[in-house]
Design a protein around this ligand. Structure first.
Ligand code: FEO
Ligand code: CA
Ligand code: CA
Ligand code: CA
Length: 599
C-alpha cells in the first residue's frame, strides 16, 4: 500500500516526517527525466521567472521584470538569475511536493512537536487562545545578552475566534457569555518553553506564563492618548485581531491589530452590526477608535501593562518590522493589509541605548509616521504641524491624522486624481528587514488589479539608512506556477539570510481553479544569494486542510523553527463533520509547533 500519511506519530504526540510514496515516486521520475535546464541550473531555477500576477507593479519596477519579458521569456529570465547568483542554488533539504493532505507535512529528517493548541491552558485560569498567528521566541537569558536556543519565552498572537468552535455561536444576536468566550480567545499568549532532548515542552506554572486578551487594560501613548478622537481616554480595554508582529532590540513584542473593524465596528460613526457582533452587548462594547493600533508587551515582566503606541497610526496593521539606524533611531515598517492600502514607517525621536532598557521602553512613544509613495520613491511625513495639506483637508490635529491615517494618506495632492499622498498597493502582508538593511514586503494579491498570485517587493533606502526620505524598489520574487507559491503572507530570514515565505491562499479557493496546482498553503525557502529575479524557491512544509502556516520564527542558533498552524478546517459548516481533524484526529485545533531537524 502506498504510504499516504507522510507524518507518523511517535510517543508524546511527536510527529516524524517521512517522504510519502506518492511523493517519492514523483520525485524519482522527475530526477530520471532529461532536464532541459542549462548545465549548472536546477529545473526549478530554469522555470523561475516573475509570475503572471505581478502586472500591478511592473510599471514601477527597476527593470528586473523586463529581463524576463524579452526574447526567450522564461529562458532568458532564468539565465539572468543564474548569472546574478552564480547559478545552481540548492535547498539543504529534499523539497516536498504540493499536497492536499490533512497534515503538517515536512521534508525527510524533520519533525515537529505541538507546543500548545486550542483547548490547552496557559495559566490555571486562562486558556491558550484560538487562531494563533505571529510567533516570537525570546531566549530566557536575552536581557543579559544570552542566546539560549533551549530555554525561552514564546509569544503567540491569537488573531480571531471562529465563533462556531469558540462560543458555539450559530446565528442571531450574540449573548454576553458568547462574547466573553470570544474575548478570551484573542490577543496573545506568553509562556515558557524548554527543550528536553529533541522535544520542546510547555513549562507549566512558570512565572512568565500569561494571557493578554480583549479584556486586558492597556495604556495609550503618543498624540492620540487622551485626545478628543479617543474621547479623552488614555487607557483602553484589550487587544484583538492580533495578526503579525515584531520584536524590538530591547526584547519586547509588538502585536498588530489588523481587522479590528470586525469586532466593535470601524468607527464610532458607523452604526451597523460588526462581523463578530461584539457590539451586540452594549454594556461591554468599546469605542472602535481604541483598536487598529500596535501594542507593545514586555514578556519578561508579567506585571507590566501593555501599551498601544499611537504614533504608529491606526490602520489594519499586518506587521511591525523593527530596525535601527546607524545613529540609533528605531524604525518600524508596517503594512496595511487591505486592497489598495499602503506601507508606512515610524521613525523614533530618541535613540537606542543598549545599556538602558528602561529608557528604550519609551522609544516608540515619540517620533514621526511616514507613508510610502512609490510613484516618486519618497516617504511622506504625516506631519500635521508642518504640512498644511492635512488641515486644508479637514484634519484637526496630529491625533486626528493618526486615528484616521488611511484617510489622511488618500488625500489628493496633485491635479491627477491618482496623485495621492501614499501609493495604494496589492495588500501588504508581512515586512522583514534583511541583515544588509534591504526591506522585503509581501503583497499577497489584489483581484481588483488582476494580481492573483502576489509578489515580494524589495525596498532599498537611500544610503541604506532606514530613516531616509527616499527609496528605490523592485519586484524581488513573484508568486505563480513558475515559483510554486501563491499569495505570500509572513516572511522570515534565518541566520544565514535565507528567506522563508508562508502562503495564505484563501481557504475557499484552495485546491481549485487557478490555485489548484499549489494544493494546500505551505512554507517555502529561498536560499540567500538568489537575489534579483526570484531565484529558486523550494517547498519546505504543507499545512493541514484549509489552514495557513503563520509566524515563522527561528531560535538564535537556527536549530528550531516555530510555526503556528492557523484555521485548519476553516470551511467547516457543521462541527460534527469537520473538514480537518488536525492535529488530534477529532476536531481541528489551531496550534503552535516547534520544528526540529535543522543541522
Ligand atoms: Fe491577518 Fe493580513 O493577515
Ligand atoms: Ca497575515
Ligand atoms: Ca515575519
Ligand atoms: Ca493573509
Amino acid at each position: 500500500m502506498l504510504n499516504m500519511g507522510a507524518v507518523t506519530r511517535g510517543e508524546k504526540g511527536e510527529h516524524v516526517a517521512k517522504e510519502p510514496d506518492v511523493v517519492r515516486i514523483k520525485r524519482e521520475k522527475r530526477e530520471r527525466r532529461v532536464d532541459p535546464a542549462p548545465a549548472g541550473m536546477t529545473r526549478r531555477r530554469f522555470l523561475t521567472f516573475l509570475g503572471a500576477g505581478s502586472a500591478a507593479l511592473t510599471a514601477g519596477s527597476t527593470g528586473v521584470l523586463s529581463t524576463g519579458q524579452e526574447g526567450g521569456g522564461v529562458r532568458s529570465a532564468a539565465a539572468a538569475a543564474a548569472q546574478t547568483s552564480g547559478g545552481g542554488a540548492e535547498a539543504f533539504f529534499t523539497p516536498i511536493e504540493p499536497t492536499d493532505e490533512d497534515d503538517l507535512i515536512l521534508p525527510e529528517g524533520f519533525r515537529y512537536d505541538v507546543v500548545r493548541k486550542w483547548g490547552d491552558q496557559i495559566t490555571e485560569d486562562a486558556p491558550y487562545g484560538y487562531n494563533n498567528d505571529y510567533v516570537a521566541y525570546f531566549p530566557i537569558d536575552a536581557l543579559n545578552g544570552g542566546q539560549s536556543s533551549q530555554d525561552g519565552i514564546l509569544w503567540v498572537n491569537h488573531e480571531y475566534a471562529d465563533p462556531k468552535w469558540v462560543s458555539e455561536y450559530q446565528d442571531g444576536e450574540k449573548t454576553p457569555e458568547q462574547i466573553a468566550e470570544e474575548k478570551a480567545a484573542v490577543g496573545g499568549s506568553v509562556f515558557r518553553i524548554q527543550k528536553s532532548g529533541d522535544n520542546w515542552e510547555f513549562v507549566e506554572d512558570d512565572q512568565y506564563n500569561r494571557r493578554i486578551d480583549a479584556t486586558t487594560p492597556m495604556d495609550l501613548t503618543g498624540p492620540a492618548a487622551g485626545s478628543e478622537e479617543m474621547e479623552g481616554a488614555d487607557e483602553v480595554i484589550g487587544t484583538l485581531a492580533n495578526c503579525g508582529g515584531g520584536v524590538t532590540p530591547w526584547n519586547t513584542v509588538l502585536t498588530c491589530e489588523e481587522n479590528f473593524q470586525d469586532y466593535y465596528g470601524a468607527s464610532s460613526d458607523a452604526t451597523e452590526t460588526s462581523r463578530y457582533r461584539w457590539n451586540d452587548d452594549s454594556d461591554n462594547a468599546q469605542p472602535p477608535e481604541h483598536y487598529g493600533w500596535i501594542a507593545e508587551i514586555d514578556p519578561f515582566d508579567p506585571e507590566s501593562k501593555p501599551r498601544k503606541h499611537t504614533w504608529l497610526g491606526r490602520l489594519r496593521h499586518e506587521n511591525a518590522a523593527v530596525t535601527l539606524s546607524e545613529s540609533g533611531k528605531v524604525v518600524v515598517y508596517t503594512g496595511h493589509d487591505q486592497e489598495d492600502q499602503r506601507i508606512y514607517k515610524f521613525v523614533s525621536t530618541g535613540t537606542y541605548d543598549p545599556g538602558n532598557r528602561e529608557a528604550n521602553l519609551d522609544l516608540l512613544t515619540d517620533g514621526m509616521l511616514y507613508v510610502a509613495n512609490f510613484s516618486n520613491g519618497r516617504w511622506v511625513a504625516l506631519d500635521y504641524e508642518n504640512n498644511p495639506i492635512f488641515s486644508d483637508n479637514g484634519f484637526t490635529s496630529q491625533a486626528d491624522v493618526l486615528v484616521r491615517a488611511p484617510e489622511a494618506v488618500a488625500i489628493q495632492e496633485g491635479e491627477d486624481e491618482e496623485d495621492v499622498i501614499g501609493t495604494p498597493l496589492d495588500r501588504c502582508e508581512d515586512i522583514e528587514v534583511a541583515s544588509d538593511g534591504t526591506v522585503y514586503a509581501a503583497l499577497t494579491n489584489n483581484a481588483k488589479h488582476g494580481n492573483f498570485y502576489g509578489q515580494i517587493l524589495r525596498i532599498t533606502e537611500a544610503g541604506n539608512d532606514p530613516t531616509a526620505e527616499e527609496f528605490a524598489f523592485e519586484v524581488f520574487a513573484a508568486g505563480g506556477p513558475q515559483t510554486g507559491f501563491a499569495s505570500p503572507d509572513n516572511l522570515a530570514f534565518d541566520r544565514n539570510d535565507n528567506l522563508w515565505i508562508v502562503t495564505d491562499m484563501s481557504s475557499d479557493k484552495l485546491n481549485e481553479g487557478i490555485y489548484e496546482t499549489f494544493k494546500n498553503n505551505g512554507a517555502f525557502f529561498m536560499p540567500a544569494g538568489t537575489a534579483g529575479i526570484g531565484g529558486d524557491v523550494f517547498q519546505f512544509a504543507s499545512g493541514p486542510v484549509q489552514s495557513e502556516l503563520t509566524g515563522p520564527f527561528f531560535t538564535p542558533d537556527g536549530s528550531t523553527l516555530f510555526l503556528a498552524v492557523q484555521h485548519p478546517g476553516e470551511e467547516t459548516k457543521d462541527t460534527n463533520e469537520p473538514t480537518s481533524t488536525w492535529p488530534d484526529g477529532d476536531i481541528p485545533r489551531p496550534a503552535v509547533v516547534a520544528i526540529t531537524g535543522f543541522a
